[in-house]
Design a protein around this ligand. Structure first.
Ligand code: SF4
Length: 64
């Protein structure tokens, strides 16, 4: 099971992750990120990997 790790000191609330994987990430109006599914299902992993790659501040990681 893969687990999403967030470095909250780095996250700037850009919403890029939500745009790429809206089932897993949600950024509220104040730019605070919520990880809706910290242990995403297998079929969600491609979108999550895209989000990890695309995060502008490299705040996301996927740990096995
Ligand atoms: S893409 Fe990165 S910086 Fe933007 S909201 Fe997601 S975790 Fe935060």
């Amino acid at each position: 099971m893969s687990r999403i790790e967030v470095d909250r000191d780095r996250c700037v609330g850009s919403g890029t992750c939500e745009a790429l994987a809206p089932a897993v990430f949600e950024v509220d109006d104040d730019g605070v990120l919520a990880v809706l599914r910290p242990e995403p299902a297998e079929d969600e992993l491609p979108d999550v990997r895209d989000a990890v790659q695309a995060c502008p501040t490299r705040a996301l990681a996927l740990a096995d």
